[in-house]
Design a protein around this ligand. Structure first.
Ligand code: HEC
Length: 117
């Protein structure tokens, strides 16, 4: 369920995160890994090409991690579990999240937020 009061809270947490050096470092590492493994299909800035635009949001971090790890059966989206370390996948997710500019994809999942942040 989406509670409106969470929007300013999450936005504040996210923009504070953007300034955190650790998050920035993870996003930068993620960007490098993304360019190496993913941008051939998803575009240099994750905005789509052969594969879909990843910056529009709509997926939770858990969804992204699962999709990247397990791939999407029957499509060109292959599983990356064997090829990338868990931290590399996590840094790609941080990069994808940092590439999203709009607040609309912020998920109203308080529990997950608490464990993540
Ligand atoms: C060979 C091309 C190719 C490569 C390389 C590739 N993908 Fe994909 N990816 C796709 C295609 C095609 C789809 C859409 C599959 C479908 O039809 O649902 C997809 C789907 C996805 C989705 C789900 C998007 C959504 O909105 O449903 C994510 C997330 C994703 N890819 C992330 C990545 C990441 C991260 C990497 C690098 C580790 C990567 N992909 C590498 C082709 C690729």
């Amino acid at each position: 369920m989406c509670k409106l009061w969470m929007y300013p809270l999450f936005t504040a947490v996210l923009s504070a995160q953007h300034q955190s050096p650790a998050d920035l470092a993870a996003a930068t590492a993620g960007e490098r890994t993304f360019r190496r493994h993913c941008s051939g299909c998803h575009g240099r800035n994750a905005q789509g090409g052969h594969g879909p635009d990843l910056t529009r949001g709509g997926k939770s971090d858990d969804d992204l991690i699962r999709t990247i790890s397990e791939g999407i059966g029957g499509t060109d989206m292959e599983p990356y579990r064997e090829r990338l370390a868990a931290e590399e996948i996590a840094s790609i997710v941080t990069y994808i999240r940092a590439s999203r500019r709009h607040g609309s994809q912020i998920h109203c999942d308080g529990k997950r937020g608490e464990t993540l942040f």
